[in-house]
Design a protein around this ligand. Structure first.
Ligand code: PEP
Ligand code: MN
Length: 350
């Protein structure tokens, strides 16, 4: 919908705008109002260059698109009823809790394997473990290809699906070779459009699920969904959105907790939302409250860092991993909250 600055376009302006939209296979339809006339673009009105050319005209005030910019991730798209399955779990049927260490320590595989068993015991439905890590300093431990064997071993021993972050094409290939169930795209790469598209292309027609973290510098909800659109447009519609905190605006938490974005996402997209409280608050003692807040906001799941002996962990674990004992209590509460907020009968009983 084109809104001119004046009450209507002059005949010369109208011809110029018509000429532009025709070049993109569209037509213009004037909607004459009492005070002003606006102009509907009939056809594919999302063509960005066309929109930019119209916005570049000095006599145009706004271009308001009526169609959603997300052809695949939109709540009304052809994928609206797309179900995401991870192992035996169907997203949306019960809370999906992914838990495990931030980082797999290749020198201490038993910690990871014991943690994997303990989080399963606590009720987790998938195991997380960082094979490769995005570290602020190049001198910090960056992860190691050899940890993939340990992650795969954890799946073999527990029977649970596994999740790890990939940051480049080499890591993507290693993870695909190992048939990792959930590929995590971290906050630092959430705006790396060529990687997002590549992930979509290389995982197309597989059961691989992509867990897309929210970039810590993302603002509008639309920016997050658009990033997911890259993966779906690449060929893989199995995308889940993961709010994990944005650049901190208050002292105390590692990031600015953003679990409250969940209902806003759910109004616009069908994609499941799995909140990461661990990176959001960055301290073990705040993880439980943030997790329950996320469930209350309607999250479909959580991804939580947990370690049997956090002080022996590497990466984020010593400061933000919770013990599997705390995880078990938390999962019980998350399940109760799920029943309370999604089950109509439970609501009536309140
Ligand atoms: C992680 O999950 O350990 C991690 C590094 O996440 P993020 O990309 O959210 O920082
Ligand atoms: Mn971490």
């Amino acid at each position: 919908m084109i809104i001119p600055k004046e009450s209507e376009l002059t005949p010369v302006q109208l011809r110029e705008v018509e000429d532009i939209v025709q070049q993109y296979g569209c037509k213009l339809q004037a909607i004459v109002g009492f005070h002003r006339t606006i102009y509907a673009v009939l056809g594919e009105e999302r063509e960005q260059v066309m929109v930019n050319r119209i916005l570049g005209l000095s006599y145009i005030d706004r271009f308001d698109a009526v169609d959603s910019p997300y052809k695949l991730m939109d709540i009304h798209s052809e994928l609206a009823s797309h179900q995401i399955r991870i192992g035996k779990h169907i997203m949306g049927e019960s809370p999906f809790i992914i838990a495990g260490q931030c980082t797999i320590d290749p020198a201490n595989p038993n910690y990871f394997l014991e943690t994997a068993h303990a989080v399963k015991e606590a009720g987790a439905k998938a195991i997380r473990g960082g094979v490769w890590k995005p570290r602020t300093m190049p001198y910090s431990f960056q992860g190691d290809d050899s940890s993939m064997k340990i992650l795969v071993e954890a799946r073999a021993q527990t029977g649970l699906p596994i999740d790890t972050e990939v940051m480049d094409e080499h890591q993507l290939m290693v993870a695909m070779e190992a048939q990792v169930d959930i590929l995590q795209i971290g906050t630092r790469n959430a705006l790396n459009y060529s990687l997002l598209r590549k992930v979509g292309e290389l995982t197309a027609n597989t059961n691989t699920v992509v867990l897309l973290k929210r970039s810590m510098s993302m603002g509008p909800v639309s920016e997050f969904i658009a990033a997911a659109e890259y993966i779906a447009a690449g060929g893989n519609p199995n995308v889940m959105l993961c709010p994990r905190g944005t650049v901190p605006k208050m002292e105390g938490y590692r990031n600015h907790p953003d679990e409250s974005i969940t209902p806003l996402l759910k109004e616009k997209t069908w994609a499941p939302v799995v909140v990461d409280p661990s990176h959001s608050v960055g301290r073990a003692k705040y993880v439980a409250a943030t997790s329950l807040a996320a469930m209350a906001y309607g999250a479909d799941g959580l991804i939580i860092e947990s370690h049997i002996e956090a002080q022996k962990g590497i990466g984020d674990d010593p400061k933000q991993a919770i013990h599997p004992r705390e995880l078990a209590a938390l999962i019980q509460k998350a399940e109760a909250l799920w029943a309370l907020t999604r089950n109509k009968e439970a609501k009536l009983a309140l």
